[in-house]
Design a protein around this ligand. Structure first.
Ligand SMILES: Nc1ncnc2c1ncn2[C@@H]1O[C@H](COP(=O)(O)OP(=O)(O)OP(=O)(O)O)[C@@H](O)[C@H]1O
Ligand SMILES: [Mg+2]
Length: 359
């Protein structure tokens, strides 16, 4: 497989569009997308405190009022990123194509994520989820088709897009050699949180994910669940309108997984934030996602609420009982569209690496 040139430093996240630029989220050597994102964070940490350019990450709302209360989050405390014009679509991808050499990772993707919803992008290893997400976050260019985030063109208005979103990459992005507070403060700088507000916003983001007490410990001493919550705080500190989470609960035990979702939902309830999430846990998708897009071989193959998808399969099969979302997944992913079920070496390696580091 040929590595796309966009993955080389300087070709993606735009190291030159400062101020208000994201860190160069591109990798130097590692060819896995997730590692590239993680490497970007590492690269940012090498940037002197106030010289860091500005990306755009944050998180806002979803979930129920009581979960919001339980986490002590309020709209006032976390705020929202610049309110750009209202748009019914948080994300709109039209005929997006992205290829790594001969591999069409994304192959004519049409995807609409409505403002305020939790949208689950599901699909087997290698379906193209992370690649699509990296185009939406502007970490990869948009070679063919269009990507819009709250109406902003990801190809032409990269900085405007970045200012609206928070991103937790598939690969871990927290620096184990920094404290929780320092990690979040780094993102606050990089994502252009005004200097006079930074300390308070960092503290609020840490409190929102229940890490206030552990804020001054090295992240290297955190449990897997705490690390994922720390990454959530990093993504929330800039108060994004769109939070993008690429397998936020991979490798976590069921209690830690619930904890991550509790905090996502609390912030969402408080702020109205839109969430785009990938997960291989069908129970999570069923429980937490308003709508689901099942991706396979670079395109959405099934779309609807979890119940709609399950009912649809029941009708097709003439079944009396409602199939599970896992049944729907198997039906779509095993539908003869591909012969690479289970993903290749790259996909397994990337997934295991994250799971190992979290677990
Ligand atoms: N940097 C890269 N260079 C070459 N090929 C790549 C690169 N990143 C991804 N691919 C390939 O593109 C395809 C889609 O990968 P992608 O990571 O987007 O899938 P995914 O749906 O996120 O999978 P997973 O569930 O395993 O995370 C796969 O065939 C993968 O091997
Ligand atoms: Mg992925």
């Amino acid at each position: 497989m040929t590595r796309d040139t966009a993955d080389t430093p300087g070709n993606t996240a735009g190291t030159t569009d400062s101020p208000g630029t994201r860190p160069d989220i591109t990798s130097t050597a590692d060819t896995s997308a997730g590692a590239a994102d993680a490497a970007s964070t590492a690269a940012v940490s090498a940037v002197p405190a106030d010289a860091a350019p500005t990306p755009a990450v944050s998180a806002e709302a979803v979930g129920t009022a009581d979960t919001a209360d339980s986490a002590g989050v309020s709209a006032a405390s976390l705020g929202t990123a610049d309110a750009v014009g209202a748009s019914a679509e948080a994300v709109r991808c039209a005929q997006l194509v992205y290829a790594f050499g001969d591999t069409h990772a994304v192959d004519g993707l049409d995807l609409d994520v409505r403002e305020g919803e939790v949208f689950g992008l599901l699909g087997p290893n290698g379906a193209g989820k992370t690649t699509a997400i990296r185009c939406i976050t502007t970490l990869l260019p948009v070679p063919t088709g269009t990507v819009r985030v709250f109406g902003h063109d990801a190809a032409r208005e990269r900085m405007a897009v970045r200012r609206l979103l928070g991103y937790v990459p598939q690969q871990l992005s927290a620096d184990s050699g920094l404290t929780g507070r320092e990690n979040v403060a780094l993102f606050a700088r990089v994502f252009d949180v005004p200097r006079r507000e930074r300390a308070a916003r960092v503290a609020q983001a840490l409190a929102a994910v229940d890490l206030a007490d552990a804020a001054d410990r090295l992240a290297g001493t955190y449990s897997g669940g705490m690390v994922r919550r720390l990454e959530l705080a990093q993504a929330l500190v800039s108060a994004p309108r769109l939070l993008i989470l690429d397998e936020p609960t991979i490798g976590l035990d069921p209690i830690a997984r619930t904890g991550v979702w509790k905090h996502i939902n609390a912030v969402r309830a408080a702020t109205g934030m839109t969430v785009l999430v990938t997960t291989h846990y069908m129970d999570e998708a069923d429980q937490y996602c308003d709508r689901i897009g099942l991706m396979h071989r670079g395109r959405i193959r099934a779309l609807g609420t979890p119940v709609e998808l399950r009912r649809g399969l029941a009708e097709r099969q003439g079944a009396d009982t409602l199939p599970t979302l896992e049944d729907v997944f198997r039906d779509v992913a095993g539908s003869g569209l591909g012969d690479n079920s289970g993903g290749g070496f790259r996909d397994v390696r990337s997934t295991r690496r994250t799971a190992r580091r979290v677990g």
